[in-house]
Design a protein around this ligand. Structure first.
Ligand code: HEC
Length: 181
């Protein structure tokens, strides 16, 4: 993020430098109207390599911004809407989530009053280094969240909910899970 900010600063400088140069080098600048000053700076900027510089910088900076926005949205959807951590993060004796094991799989702390067939007592690790990522890969993860079906064509067993999310939401959540170490 700091790297992106410094690139944005360079882009801003690329706009400001010709402006200052034009103001300094224009003869009798104070006699000239603001309109022609602006025109002069615009033409100076357009003739210089700066537009190309700004466009090429955007090619690097913009996708980075879009990607970090997507991960943040995925984090919000996973943690605040679907609340994956309720079942996929272990809890400490005081009832708080064990932040060191965030989404790393857990022993369930809930059990049905009446037995439910196939009820799982544990949940798998959802983070990038986990076994599931190695086995499934990104596309299967997205498909699981949009269709509710694992790569074997079947839904997961209870109490894993069957989510049928939009492609966009599923991609954002998977990008977020991929960012977890
Ligand atoms: C109510 C508890 C609960 C919630 C909430 C929950 N999970 Fe699960 N999840 C489980 C359990 C239990 C399993 C193990 C079930 C199985 O292996 O069939 C599981 C399995 C999975 C699997 C592996 C499925 C398979 O077939 O092997 C994935 C992937 C998964 N969960 C992702 C998520 C994501 C992403 C979220 C949030 C968007 C989430 N889970 C929310 C309990 C939950």
């Amino acid at each position: 993020m700091r790297f992106e900010a410094s690139r944005a600063a360079v882009a801003t400088a690329a706009i400001l430098v010709p402006w200052r140069t034009a103001n300094r080098t224009l003869p009798g600048i104070s006699d000239v109207g603001l309109e022609s000053k602006i025109l002069h700076v615009v033409s100076l900027t357009l003739m210089s390599p700066y537009p190309l510089l700004i466009v090429s910088m955007c090619i690097f900076v913009c996708p980075g911004w879009a990607q970090s926005g997507k991960v943040a949205r995925g984090k919000y959807l996973a943690e605040e809407v679907a609340r994956c951590q309720e079942c996929h993060t272990p809890k400490l004796p005081d009832g708080q989530f064990d932040k060191d094991k965030w989404m790393k799989g857990a022993v369930m702390n809930i059990q049905p009053i009446e037995p439910i067939k196939g009820w799982h007592k544990t949940s798998p690790d959802l983070t990038r280094p986990g076994k599931l990522w190695a086995k499934w890969g990104e596309l299967a993860f997205i498909k699981f969240l949009t269709t509710g079906n694992a790569p074997n064509g079947k839904p997961a067993e209870a109490p894993m909910p069957t989510y049928r999310m939009s492609q966009d939401d599923a991609e954002a959540i998977v990008d977020y899970l991929k960012s977890l170490k």
